[in-house]
Design a binder for this molecule. Structure first.
Ligand code: SF4
Ligand code: F3S
Length: 107
């Protein structure tokens, strides 16, 4: 079991989640973050910190977001680790809550 970053993180990438993770298991792509499922210790600290409400415990990932479980596992293997919070994109708030962002995911 692990926590999973889902679609609403795309182009928001606030990184508040990174600041609280005790095991530094977040990995960073150009406009999205993922959690390494084998490193996450299920502490749940990151979930309430995300201003985009993009983080879910694996069993609670909404049905239309289930593909992000595999996507987190896959991308965590190739993206670099991120252990410190950084400034969000200038237009992050404009993208918070927008539908259909999956196609905008950059790898
Ligand atoms: Fe890190 Fe805990 Fe969130 Fe897992 S649940 S990603 S260990 S803060
Ligand atoms: Fe993304 Fe939320 Fe973290 S928007 S970077 S999962 S704080």
């Amino acid at each position: 079991m692990a926590f999973v970053v889902t679609e609403n993180c795309i182009k928001c990438k606030y990184t508040d989640c990174v600041d609280v993770c005790p095991v530094d298991c977040f990995y960073e792509g150009p406009n999205f973050l993922v959690i390494h499922p084998d490193e996450c210790i299920d502490c749940a600290l990151c979930e309430p910190e995300c201003p985009a409400n993009a983080i879910f415990e694996e069993d609670d990932v909404p049905v239309d977001q289930r593909e992000f479980i595999q996507l987190n596992a896959e991308l965590a293997e190739i993206w670099p680790n991120i252990s410190e919070m950084k400034a969000a994109p200038a237009d992050a708030d404009d993208w918070n809550g927008k539908a259909d962002k999956k196609k905008l995911l950059e790898r």
